[in-house]
Design a protein. Structure first.
Ligand code: DX5
Ligand code: ZN
Length: 210
């Protein structure tokens, strides 16, 4: 499995040092929050551009923002390799998917804990990843919501039929116990923020989880 450390739990005063702390991770998860779609504000494209200078790791960018179509090009130009938007944040998902593809990034759709899988089933064949939120988006360090497992299983069943290459990413409350449950349910990538960074050796903690 892939583990994508979430820099939301890293030291924003010293991001170069933070990413060096998880140097063996293939992906870095970058949480973008606008204070509107979620009740918190994090970072914008300028920080992605800064990260890009210091790492070749895949920048897996999770847009927790209203109107993703308006900003996604800025993130891709800044260096985001993968862009995940929320199905709840747009009226025209096909348009957003096409825009991300045109600009050359991989495409993901995320669902919040109270959004049903059938909201995204029409788009499974068009995208590269689904990101299942296993906490309410907005903050790190929350408790894993167990109902996410049924959603992972349902998406895994859709994958078998519509898109064998689809990656299932799970984000929120990942630790060594919940990781196993996600894996058994069909997840491919686990996003982990506090579990990785709130440890003495984030790289070792990330490897342990993997
Ligand atoms: C929450 C973010 C997550 C967050 C996960 O809205 O999308 O990526 O960083 O943090 P942990 O792993 O601490 O739950
Ligand atoms: Zn995230």
């Amino acid at each position: 499995m892939k583990i994508a450390p979430s820099i939301l739990s890293a030291d924003f005063g010293n991001l170069e040092k933070s990413i060096n702390l998880v140097r063996d991770a293939e992906w870095l998860h970058v949480d973008v929050m606008d204070g509107h779609f979620v009740p918190n504000i994090s970072i914008g494209p300028v920080v992605v551009k800064g990260l890009r200078k210091y790492t070749n790791q895949v920048l897996d960018t999770h847009l927790m923002i209203t109107d993703p179509a308006k900003y996604l090009e800025d993130f891709i130009v800044a260096g985001s390799d993968r862009i995940t938007f929320h199905i709840e944040a747009t009226k025209d998902p096909i348009d957003v998917i096409n825009l991300i593809r045109e600009k050359g990034a991989k495409v993901g759709i995320s669902i919040k804990p109270n959004t049903e899988v059938n909201e995204i089933s029409d788009y499974i064949h068009l995208i590269d990843q689904v990101l299942v939120m296993s906490v309410e988006p907005g903050f790190g360090g929350q408790k894993f919501m167990i109902n996410s497992l049924e959603k992972i299983k349902a998406i895994s069943a859709l994958r078998d039929v519509f898109n064998k290459d689809l990656l299932i990413v799970v984000d929120g409350g990942i630790n060594k116990e919940t990781a196993i449950l996600c894996k058994e349910a069909g997840a491919d990538v686990l996003v982990a923020g506090s579990y990785v960074f709130n440890s003495d050796n984030p790289n070792a903690q990330m490897r342990l989880l993997k």
